[in-house]
Design a protein around this ligand. Structure first.
Ligand code: MG
Length: 164
């Protein structure tokens, strides 16, 4: 089984087709925060992403952030978007995914994760038995160790391109 294989690969979170997810039996979304929802350069959540989150909620998706970020400010950011958060997640360890899923009352098979990193989001999600959607990082700015991991990501992803 491909622990580094994304279930879907898209250019950004708002490109995730919510109708398709619902049709495929998913009702729960676990979101990475940094460079997935919140670009690390502007620190402003794009309108398209705000609208996408609002629509997902309207459609009845249960959602939570699962973030490796350990700063207290992530609670404010999550609250502004009206979502709960499990922070200090230590992805790729799968525990935080299980915690978030249990808090929301979600079933593993009805849950997807969305994140921008292969080594943490995709790998961790696969270890938790949750299908991972990979998106492109929403800014080139990132933490030094993340920029290093991205070089390895490119080796694994080869020339894979987002499908939309
Ligand atoms: Mg991220």
């Amino acid at each position: 089984m491909g622990l580094f294989k994304p279930y879907r690969f898209l250019s950004s979170v708002d490109k995730v087709d919510l109708e398709q997810l619902a049709a495929d039996g998913f009702d729960c979304i676990l979101l990475d925060m940094d460079n997935t929802v919140l670009p690390r350069d502007t620190e402003v959540v794009p309108d398209a992403v705000i609208e996408w989150i609002a629509r997902a909620k309207e459609m009845g998706f249960k959602m939570s952030f699962v973030s490796n970020n350990w700063h207290g400010y992530v609670f404010d950011r999550a609250a502004k978007l009206g979502l709960p958060i499990v922070h200090k997640a230590m992805k790729p360890f799968p525990l935080a995914y299980h915690i978030a899923k249990r808090r929301l009352g979600c079933k593993r098979k009805a849950t997807v994760s969305i994140g921008d990193q292969l080594m943490t989001d995709v790998f961790g999600s696969r270890l938790a038995g949750i299908k991972p959607i990979l998106v492109l990082p929403q800014a080139t700015k990132d933490l030094p160790h993340t920029l290093f991991l991205r070089k390895i990501e490119r080796l694994i992803l080869k020339d894979a391109k987002p499908t939309r």
